[in-house]
Design a protein around this ligand. Structure first.
Ligand code: LFR
Length: 487
């Protein structure tokens, strides 16, 4: 039986998952898991990418053997490589504060609606295009090549530099019409398109492992490295176990990515206004989706409580949050004040206080506020999705770690009045491995075969809506009229 290794790097943890392919389905098992976090030094927020690399090598060792490896991670962030092939400094984390002013500068010189029509990408401050505009000129001058995080690891595994297509689309530098770099935009961001290399089709076999990697992992040079759907969200969407038409997905982890798969982009002014984006999916599809600030708010709250010496058990916290009154106070999870790491419970309290709502005190009350607010934000995004595409959403698949958050899944069903199908929780690893299986010919090519294999590999849990959506509608209108300050 062939074993495929999915290396999935998230903002708060990384993992190596083994996928065994048999009878048209993939069985996943976790091989290793390691922590990840951004690190602040002298006012700049970085990723410890060498620490991650070491954890990946250690994490691959228990496999013993693998037919292939694919790496995915969060989007937009990159390492710069010098002429000798070495990394120039640590990749900067997308939550660093340098990006917003650079975005405003770059957008001031262009028509934002025109730019959206050209790339299909929402103007998030952290898009690579804006990060490059904020980049230190001396680092750029020394750089021969830019590699997005999964491509950087792919280079270290194989010696081959690639720029995988799903993740390339998140840079905000790809021309939607041609699927290649928008040279004018690259220059506006201060780089030559050559820095980015050419775009590698999803599923390309990059090559075998370098001898030093084989030695460090105990694998052989026969293990192929595949440029899988290297944007974690693209991989998760590739593994949605659809049961029929009219389904939306929420890829729920650090972020909640709420969207649908389409053949064509939506680049109207209304889509821009509503915060939607058109990213590339596996097989060239469009992931039309909105970034909602997901479980980040809860994870950062847990981290803040840990710093205060409170060791909180997540399962117990979720039970207590479920027992707390619903919709007592709500926040907009996308408010910029929640974007950077820090004292999340304090910021949530300040938001509630400023807006004249009851201020959540205990961890359970804060968690209830966050989860109610996320369910409400899911509702808002699903409503917008229907309005923008003109297509009804009948069911919602929640995939990713958030599929294990039972209250959030149930309240999303309650708030939207739609059935929620929860799982798989390791959708990203499953999608990553499905693309590898297709690249190796273990599964037939194309989206239909991949979806059939995804559905055969998953057993989603069903949450049917309980009660009326009325309290959620009321809370949504209340949220819209809250007098939110800038901080
Ligand atoms: C989710 C994700 C989102 C992307 C954000 C930043 O992990 O990849 O899709 O917008 O992280 O990279």
């Amino acid at each position: 039986m062939k074993v495929l290794a999915a290396v999935d790097l998230g903002a708060s943890s990384g993992r190596v998952i083994a996928a065994r392919v048999h009878d048209g389905r993939l069985d996943l098992s976790e091989v290793s898991r390691f922590p990840n976090r951004s690190v602040a030094v002298r006012g700049r927020l970085y990723w410890d990418v060498l620490g991650l690399w070491a954890s990946v090598l250690d994490g691959l060792r228990p496999l013993g053997d693998a037919a292939a490896i694919g790496v995915d991670s969060w989007a937009v962030d990159y390492g710069l490589i010098d002429a000798a092939g070495h990394l120039i400094g640590n990749p900067v984390c997308y939550r660093d504060a340098r990006n917003a002013p650079a975005r405003d500068r770059l957008l001031a010189g262009t028509d934002p609606a025109d730019l959206f029509a050209r790339t299909g990408i929402q103007h998030q401050p952290f898009n690579t295009v804006f990060q490059l505009a904020a980049e230190d000129p001396s680092r750029l001058a020394a750089a021969e090549r830019l590699l997005l995080v999964p491509d950087l690891l792919g280079y270290w595994l194989t010696g081959t530099m690639a720029c995988e297509a799903t993740n390339a689309s998140t840079t905000g530098l790809v021309d939607l019409a041609t699927g290649t770099w928008d040279a004018d935009l690259c220059r506006a961001a201060g780089v030559d398109p050559a820095l980015l290399g050419s775009i590698t089709p999803t599923g390309t076999v990059l090559g075998g492992l370098l001898p030093e990697v084989a030695a460090a992992t105990g694998l052989t040079s026969g293990t192929r490295v595949v440029a899988t759907a290297s944007h974690d969200t693209a991989a998760a969407v590739a593994a949605v176990p659809y049961e029929g038409d009219g389904a939306a997905y929420i890829s729920c982890g650090t972020w909640s990515l709420v969207g649908v798969e389409r053949d064509t982009p939506v680049t109207t002014g209304a889509a821009l206004e509503a915060g939607f984006t058109n990213e590339r999916g596996t097989d060239g599809s469009i992931r039309f989706l909105r970034n909602v600030a997901g479980l980040w708010l809860l994870n950062e709250s847990l981290a803040a409580w840990r710093r205060d010496g409170l060791d909180i058990d997540l399962a117990a916290l979720l039970e207590d949050a479920a027992a707390a009154p619903r919709l007592r106070s709500v926040v907009d999870p996308d408010d910029p004040r929640f974007a950077e790491p820090g004292d999340m419970p304090g910021r949530i309290r300040a938001y509630c206080d400023e807006t004249g709502q009851p201020v959540p005190q205990s961890p359970a009350q804060v968690a209830a506020c966050v989860l109610d607010s996320l369910a409400l934000a899911h509702r808002r995004a699903i409503d917008a999705l229907e309005a923008l595409t003109g297509e009804a959403v009948q069911t919602i698949h929640i995939v990713g770690g958030g599929a294990n958050n039972t209250p959030l899944c149930q309240w999303t069903a309650d708030a939207t009045g739609r059935t929620v199908l929860a799982g798989p929780d390791e959708a990203t690893a499953l999608g990553n491995a499905l693309v590898q299986a297709q690249a190796l010919g273990l599964i037939a090519p194309g989206p239909a075969a991949r979806r059939a294999a995804a559905a055969a590999s998953a057993r989603p849990r069903r949450h049917t809506p309980q009660g009326s959506t009325r309290p959620w509608e009321d809370a949504a209108s209340r949220l819209q009229t809250l007098p939110v300050g800038s901080n």
